[in-house]
Ligand binder design. Structure first.
Ligand code: ZN
Length: 420
């Protein structure tokens, strides 16, 4: 099995990368279809030739990097298993302590460190690329600081979840997936509650919106939609990026309306209010809760499928990889490998659902703020700013687009007629 795994990886991965290189750089073109040439969705009408060339280049590199990165974690877990590192990590943890809540987090820390180190070059290339094309403005040490924060936040959350999971596996061979899922429900809800107030401020500074006139306009819009907010937050992002963003997140008393200062610097009030109306649309249509519900339901399916497959894999090949049983912490790379495969398979489905939700938020926004010029202007500005492609290749859209493409969004606005 080991030999077969190594051989097929060595053959399949380069073929996979070559396919995506040809697909992105030679087989597809970023042009809009004939029918939309010269429309507001055609970059020719709102971008300079240089901006268009840069957007195309940047998008191609970004997309290639994304597709290389997609199965990358799988390769790392295969390496960990094939080279027999998993039992080594386990023994290391046991040498420190036999107690589950110490030896399991140590194992998780070692595995996360290996994954982080091996994927670091890809992350770094992504950062440099975004810097070179003028999107990221973050210097290396600030970027590195964010990387380390996410490593530790990720480790604390993962260490906790995995420890509980493996204790459950020890206690019940057949039902651990169900109990784990039952525990995940309050966990996801809690994360959603603390995200805007505890996690997000670890990365950036949140202050009250500096422009009181605009804040008043946004709050008026929010109150029309019954959003219980009495202030709007501004994030100091211009030190890190030129990209724009706005969102409403959190639940209950932790609900926050947030705007990146980059959005405020680059859009006029009408455009900003359209973007805000889009975010309010998400809130009004309960997309936050639907998203939470979706995550909870799909994690039940994911855990059950993982449970079935994990037992099969460990029974068949456990000995070969030095993994004694499912409930042995050294089975973690297999568990992560299966979860990564499932998440790759479910990505196009999740993106399609998300595109649907985003489309209805756009429709809500144009109903609420029927200023079509401002709406189209904001989307064009977002495109120029993010060096985005207006009409990405189909595979890119299926995997990477949680929003409709800018071409689809602008066309929707162009075709929009307010019902009298
Ligand atoms: Zn949205």
């Amino acid at each position: 099995m080991k030999k077969r795994l190594v051989l097929s990886t060595l053959v399949l991965f380069p073929v996979y990368v070559l396919f995506f290189y040809l697909y992105l750089f030679h087989w597809t073109s970023p042009d809009v279809p004939q029918a939309y040439k010269g429309s507001a969705a055609d970059p020719v009408t709102f971008m300079t030739a240089q901006e268009m060339a840069l957007s195309q280049e940047y998008s191609q590199y970004r997309n290639l990097l994304y597709f290389i990165g997609l199965p990358f974690e799988i390769l790392i877990y295969i390496a960990v298993l094939v080279f027999g590192w998993s039992p080594v990590f386990k023994r290391f943890g046991e040498r420190v302590s036999k107690l589950s809540f110490i030896k399991i987090p140590i194992y998780v820390l070692l595995l996360s460190t290996v994954v982080w180190l091996i994927s670091f070059p890809l992350d770094f290339i992504g950062y440099r690329l975004s810097f070179q094309y003028g999107i990221s403005t973050q210097n290396f040490s600030s970027w590195m600081r964010d990387e380390l924060i996410s490593f530790w936040v990720g480790f604390i959350i993962m260490g906790l979840l995995i420890t509980v999971l493996y204790i459950l596996m020890k206690k019940t061979q057949k039902r651990w997936w169900l109990y784990a899922w039952l525990l995940l429900i309050p966990f996801f809800t809690f994360m959603m509650y603390i995200q805007p107030v505890w996690i997000d401020p670890l990365y950036n500074e949140f202050t009250e919106l500096k422009d009181p006139v605009l804040e008043e306009k946004i709050l008026t819009l929010a109150h029309q939609a019954d959003i219980p907010a009495d202030r709007v937050f501004e994030v100091d992002m211009s030190e890190k990026t030129n990209a724009m963003n706005a969102y409403v997140n959190g639940i209950g008393s932790n609900l926050r309306i947030v705007l990146w200062d980059t959005t405020l610097n680059q859009l006029d009030d009408g455009e900003t209010l359209f973007i805000m109306a889009h975010e309010i649309g998400h809130y009004v249509m309960n997309h936050l809760y639907m998203n939470l519900g979706g995550v909870i339901l799909s994690s039940l399916a994911g855990l059950y499928i993982t449970y079935l497959l994990l037992h099969v894999v460990i029974r068949k090949w456990g000995d070969e990889f030095g993994v004694k049983s499912v409930s042995d912490i050294s089975s973690l790379p297999v568990l992560f490998l299966l979860l990564t495969v499932l998440s790759i398979i479910s990505t196009p489905i999740e993106s399609a659902i998300s595109r649907q939700a985003e489309r209805s938020a756009d429709e809500y926004a144009i109903e609420m703020r029927p200023d079509r010029e401002a709406a189209i202007g904001s989307f064009q500005q977002l495109t120029i700013n993010g060096r985005s492609e207006v009409n990405p290749p189909a595979l890119v859209k299926f995997f990477r687009y949680g929003h409709p493409t800018m071409m689809e969004r602008i066309i929707m606005l162009e075709e929009y007629e307010k019902e009298q």
